[in-house]
Design a protein around this ligand. Sequence first.
Ligand SMILES: *Cc1c(COP(=O)(O)O)cnc(C)c1O
Length: 407
Amino acid sequence: MSSPHTQPRVWIEIDLSAIRANYEQVVAFKAPEARCLAVVKADGYGLGGEALAKALAQAGCDAFGVTTVAQGAALRRGGIQGLILVMGPTKPDEWSEALATELTLAVSELTMLQELEEFCAAQHGEEPALSRTLDIHLEIETGLGRTGLFPEDLRAAMPVLLSLRCLKITGIYTHFAQAERKRGRKYSQRQFRQFCSAVDFLKENGIEPGLRHVCNSPAFLTFPEFHLDMVRIGTLLIGQLPASHLGGRLKLRDPWTAKAKILQVRRVPAGKRVGYNGLYRTRTDTQLAVIGLGYADGFAVEPRLVPKGVFDLAKIIIKNIFLLCNIPWHSGSDNIFIGGHRVRVAGKVGMELTVLDVGQIDCTTDQDAMIPLRRTSAGSRLQRVYFDGEECLFPPCVEDAADKFVE
Ligand SMILES: *Cc1c(COP(=O)(O)O)cnc(C)c1O
């Protein structure tokens, strides 16, 4: 942890104006009658859940999705209004907080429906008519195989659904399993048809299911006809594409820049081995720079387990042959930049330190390196610094950063 008045070794700059711009792109693309629920789970995909939600609320967003009651309650306490949908399964010990902070809960199991209704009724005593209700969205399992009521559960659920006194059904949804796959179209369409049958079944039995929503980011881009009453968007709002073949439809901005101070620079001769297992050897006279970032912070040049194509497969095979033969492997794909020059990681990433081969560029310890860092796995200890365009803000959620971070 950095002490007061020292600049962090590694920090992440987040431009909230880019997030608002992405939101506007999503709004322009969506079916006019569909609402946009911003998914801000996992601490806002690593960008900071509260900061992200506030920026989006500023841009007009009035619905948010999270995984847990704790995440939802934190948003509410932070002043976020409107719909907050807890999409993950919840446990009875979380329900009173959900009720107190007026969250909307996903009902993803038959037993949960009954228990939640009983819980809610017990909170209200004898006069449920006078008391608040708890809003629920029914999650229908159509092919992800994770959570959600099986369509065939609905028949068994009918008596309970028709006699709810405390719970109010305000939505119904499902979640796609293969929307980002080019070859997943048929699977998604089948999921969609199952979902529609479930909605029809409820309506035929006298239940108005409320907001119907199915789209995550890839389905949103692929199936405009699936937008229905609401779409649930996370990835696009943080400026990323769910899959490269989905590019070109929206002009997204990347709000995220991870930076690391150069802690040390040294000249070394050709043939110098670097890092654990000696996997890297310098080819020429060069300079090695050290940054204070490693795999403990989520900086892993993660092995991609499933090759994306023949080229990728060949690369992985060749790389592994090189490693087996103990020949140093130079990966040219590291997108690390110092002063506009591309540099690369030398050897294995350490726990908290990483060595860069910076060649002959002008490199000093006054400089920063720009680092590619996966948003959702970037360590939560890494300081987030919020900007609105060029202007540096320190929102309340990182207030104590202001005095920690003195240029
Ligand atoms: C994470 C999540 C989303 C958002 O998905 P993106 O592809 O990131 O937009 C939508 N719905 C559910 C249920 C999710 O868990």
